[in-house]
Design a protein around this ligand. Sequence first.
Ligand SMILES: CSC[C@H]1O[C@H](OP(=O)(O)O)[C@H](O)[C@@H]1O
Length: 347
Amino acid sequence: METMSWQGDRLLLLDQQKLPSEIKQINCFDYLAVADAIRTMKVRGAPAIGAAAAFGMVLGAMEFSGGNVSALKKHLEKVAEVLLNTRPTAVNLFWAVKRMQQSMSVHLDETPAAVIKVLEKEAEEIFREDVELNKKIGYFGSKLIPQNAAILTHCNAGSLATAGYGTAIGVIRTAHSDGKQVTVFADETRPLLQGARLTAWELQEDRIPVTLITDSMAGYLMQLGKIDLVIVGADRIAANGDVANKIGTYSLAVLAKAHAIPFYVAAPYSTIDMALTDGSQIVIEERDHEEVRRIGGIMTAPVGIPVFNPAFDVTTARLISAIITDKGVVSAPYQEELKKITGGGSQ
Ligand SMILES: CSC[C@H]1O[C@H](OP(=O)(O)O)[C@H](O)[C@@H]1O
């Protein structure tokens, strides 16, 4: 089941808020619908958000009527602003929108119709490229996975978080297809349960052995010696290797360090932001407090109880054994290696 598919005049999205109980697709006929889908996490996961925003830019261009290309460019600045204001942490959103705007910059002397075709081609390339990057991450990452490894993962960094195949789950998929007989422990990942609802579902669909645990069980499993390594995705990687990822990732990294268990991050080059010297500069999204007070709409806390709901945390580079990218595996010190991977680019 694809996370999304471009239909030429609309973006068909799998509504991830309904999974796993319902497989429902939604049609986004305009960029505002794409922005809403990102903001409400019907589509989520750094690379998936980037790809969806790229198609949002195409839809924005398609609704442009009349005027010349410079008017279209101005219209797309407004479209970009709406898309960029949906969620602040995943750098792939900013990377994708910037790449879409750059793709039209060498066609400003052409007709609006021609430029829209260029934008559509660029969005399709971003989508296609992401799947290829994830398979490369899987190839490099699988080499780190021992035979019969028990792997702990957090949130969802699978096909549903990308254009396909996944990053951290992509490594697990490749190790599985390489015959390594891996087993997975998936953190449920409160409050929105991406691990329970999405990762457990994805791995079961692929017949990869998976056991669901609550987030608070991870440390005990490590203490029992039942975890061989941890692998997670990323939403933004700073130049020094600090990583923003789903809330709870930092706790896992500290626990892994305490138990001398390898802790890996898997991400494509589009998740690295060389403009940020370290993780303290990463903007952490804070989400609606009702997400913590309720599960599936059912009250699990007193009405109006004060809540702290950061969607991400930052894992410092010293806690990360290696970062698995589409260009290979890098380990500390990260700065120079990450610069080579991104060509020094900032998103
Ligand atoms: C492959 S990046 C996936 C990354 O995105 C998730 O966050 P969210 O579900 O809020 O979009 C989580 O941090 C994953 O590791």
